[in-house]
Design a binder for this molecule. Structure first.
Ligand code: TRP
Length: 473
């Protein structure tokens, strides 16, 4: 089973050592797990809520993208993109906004803190609060729900936002009567260290106590490390490792054996200056090769743009069909489709949402080599899917049954080459027609999802009728 792991990084700053240890390194590691389907993105729409400094946002989204790639993220394995390259995200945000109660947003910590501050300072409650800040949780819910992510690694301060995403998803599912969205779970990395900054408080750009990860080069790294605040113990005096920022940072990069040796050196009275040099050398050993890749990437903005646009295309192949299904569900429907339904006398009485005119049907056949396959035809008789071939006819039957109850929103559809393929438990089980362009692809996906919805509805009706017969007879 694949777990879809998704997280966003707000693009308002330059990555520092704390970001690397707390977010970038664990994210890259997780993306290498074959059971993980990683979606990582630059939350640049969120950045606009926090910063109106256009140049800073521009620089930050490049620096963050290059940092992840330099740290070893493989954009072919993970789906790595900029939020603002996915028009489905703001589109979904609006659909979600319309089912989100204002009261829920009133309770968001960040908004409430701003209001409390204003009241304390005897200002108008909403002074300086933008509607962007107010809507922040809905945009974040759209980020997560557009990809039906299972697991969202975040810091503790973001847990409420994930809970809100669940609330909003539930409300949408309930309102429109189907499980369009899976419920995302917040994931807090417990083993990951929170690095102290230069002054011993949590390393954070809001405290201005950071050690830059790549920007500033080797020199910047060394200078920052030399500024870490220590106590006044002289060389020769034993040092307390437990309360030393130097030691905590060292430990985040070193092996247990190296850590033990450093601890012994501190207890043995190594001077702070020398200890800082040891720390610098240890961190630099890890960072230097990544920095070389980072600098190379930053010098090739065209290539970066290509990588990020390719990531966006991959992401949209998932979000696009989902948002199409949602548009259909809320009534933003194709007019042509409706006329057809109205023309059909048997369907006229049925709700337009589920055209039940001619149900899609399966047709099974045998290949020359004796293997078993089937096709799925849509209401108009056009071929929608061709299954893979099975040696065992029972296996083909099982897949037909699965598809008969799957439903459109649940279907895992992907583009492979110029075809849509259907996946079940991560394996391709059927392929669709080839499509010449994006518009044709979108239409195909929509037809496919609609057919699967109708099929699921028919199957459910048949099961209900059977049950009723049984009860009657
Ligand atoms: N709000 C998150 C933060 O500040 C960034 C973010 C935006 C995010 N969209 C997301 C994180 C979706 C996880 C999932 O850290």
């Amino acid at each position: 089973m694949h777990t879809r792991v998704l997280t966003g990084i707000t693009t308002t700053g330059t990555p520092h050592l704390g970001n690397f240890v707390g977010a970038i390194r664990p994210a890259v590691l997780a993306s290498k797990d074959p059971n993980v389907d990683a979606f990582y993105f630059m939350a640049d729409y969120h950045a606009l809520i926090k910063s109106d400094d256009a140049n800073r946002v521009e620089a930050s989204r490049l620096q963050i993208a290059a940092s992840f790639l330099a740290a070893g993220l493989d954009p072919d394995v993970a789906t790595f993109y900029r939020q603002s390259d996915i028009p489905e995200v703001p589109e979904l945000m609006w659909l979600l906004t319309c089912v989100t109660s204002k009261g829920l947003l009133n309770r968001a910590h960040a908004y409430k803190a701003a209001v409390d501050r204003n009241i304390e300072q005897q200002e108008d409650a909403d002074a300086g609060v933008t509607a962007g800040l107010y809507m922040y949780p809905v945009l974040m819910a759209a980020d997560i729900l557009a990809f039906n992510a299972n697991k969202v690694p975040v810091g503790r301060d973001q847990i409420q936002h994930i809970e809100m995403a669940r609330d909003i998803a539930q409300r949408f599912n309930h309102t429109y009567g189907r499980e369009f969205f899976v419920m995302p779970e917040a994931h807090i990395e417990e083993q990951v260290a929170t690095l102290p900054g230069l002054d011993g408080r949590k390393m954070s750009k809001s405290y201005d106590n950071t050690i830059p990860l790549f920007e500033g080069g080797t020199k910047g790294m060394r200078e920052a490390i030399m500024k870490i605040v220590t106590d006044s113990r002289a060389p020769g005096e034993p040092k307390d490792s437990a309360n030393s920022a130097l030691f905590t940072i060292f430990k985040a990069f070193a092996t247990p054996a190296e850590t033990q040796a450093f601890e012994e050196a501190l207890h043995g009275g190594i001077g702070w200056g020398e200890a800082k040099t040891v720390l610098f050398e240890r961190v630099e050993a890890d960072v230097a090769p990544m920095r070389a890749r980072y600098e190379d990437l930053m010098a090739r903005p065209d290539d970066m743009e290509d990588i990020l646009l390719a990531g966006a295309a991959k992401a949209r192949a998932i979000a696009g069909p989902l948002v199409e299904t949602l548009r259909e569900a809320v009534g933003l429907r194709n007019a042509r489709h409706r006329r057809k339904v109205a023309d059909e006398p048997t369907a006229a009485a049925a709700p337009a949402a589920a055209p039940k005119a001619k149900p899609p049907r399966f047709a099974s056949f045998r290949e020359d080599d004796g293997s078993f396959r089937f096709r799925l035809f849509g209401a108009d008789g056009e071929e929608l899917l061709l299954s893979r071939s099975f040696a065992d006819p029972k296996a083909a039957g099982t897949l037909r049954q699965t598809l008969a109850t799957l439903g459109g929103a649940q279907a895992a559809l992907e583009s492979q080459g110029d075809r849509i393929v259907l996946l079940v438990d991560g394996a391709v089980v059927a392929e669709g027609q080839s499509y010449p362009d994006e518009t044709a692809r979108a239409a195909l996906v929509l037809r496919l999802r609609t057919a699967l919805d109708v099929l699921a509805a028919v199957t459910a009706d048949e099961a209900a009728a059977k049950a009723a017969n049984k009860a009657a007879g």
